[in-house]
Design a binder for this molecule. Structure first.
Ligand SMILES: Cc1cc2nc3c(=O)[nH]c(=O)nc-3n(C[C@H](O)[C@H](O)[C@H](O)COP(=O)(O)O)c2cc1C
Length: 172
């Protein structure tokens, strides 16, 4: 099963978590596509992105949570790449049955993302709009991979998270 990571981070040089996760994945032989560096002017090559998805079995969207949602280029990527007639519609079945993992990092702690916590919303609820894409596309969303509390995570905890990420992505 071929897995492709689409990494959406606007400033990877300044990244702690996503850089470590991406490097670990690359070292494990998993293809990581850094979408912000691919399209610095934000002009997405839709046909190229679709061709990449057509040859992969499992798509991992890896991104830092920004304002309880995705970085803006990821939203733009979804809006442009998941075209009518390709991703959905009567002839749009290119993504049917492909698997998806949302790999999300959060600055805030896991305890903040509970009904009674600081944000009064769970991560699962925040990811629901993305998962709802499955009804149009036939994508099969697997359990998200979430790393919370990145702002206070030790190097050791970060390295543990990277190991868990690789273990997860190594599962069929
Ligand atoms: C514009 C912006 C918005 C952010 N919004 C959130 C948020 O809604 N929830 C949260 O937990 N962290 C938020 N953060 C923190 C990032 O999610 C966190 O710094 C990132 O996941 C850490 O990954 P990195 O080390 O790869 O950058 C935000 C950061 C920025 C710059």
């Amino acid at each position: 099963m071929k897995t492709t990571i689409l990494l959406f981070h606007p400033d990877l040089h300044a990244s702690r978590a996503n850089k470590v996760l991406a490097k670990a994945a690359q070292a494990a032989g998993i293809e990581v596509r850094d979408i912000y560096s691919q399209y610095p002017a934000g002009q997405i090559d839709v046909k190229k992105e679709q061709a990449v998805l057509e040859t992969t079995d499992r798509i991992v969207f890896q991104f830092p949570m920004y304002w309880y949602a995705t970085p803006s280029l990821m939203k733009e990527w979804l809006d442009q790449v998941l075209e009518y007639g390709w991703a959905y519609g009567s002839t749009g079945n290119a993504l049917q049955g492909k698997k998806v993992i949302l790999a999300v990092t959060q600055g805030a702690g896991a305890e903040d993302y509970t009904a009674d916590g600081r944000f009064h919303v769970t991560t699962q609820e925040l990811l629901k709009p993305l998962e709802t894409i499955k009804y149009h596309t036939g994508l099969v969303f697997e359990e998200p991979f979430v790393v919370s509390g990145v702002l206070n995570l030790s190097e050791e905890a970060l390295s543990d998270a990277a190991n868990s990420y690789i273990a997860r992505l190594s599962q069929a």
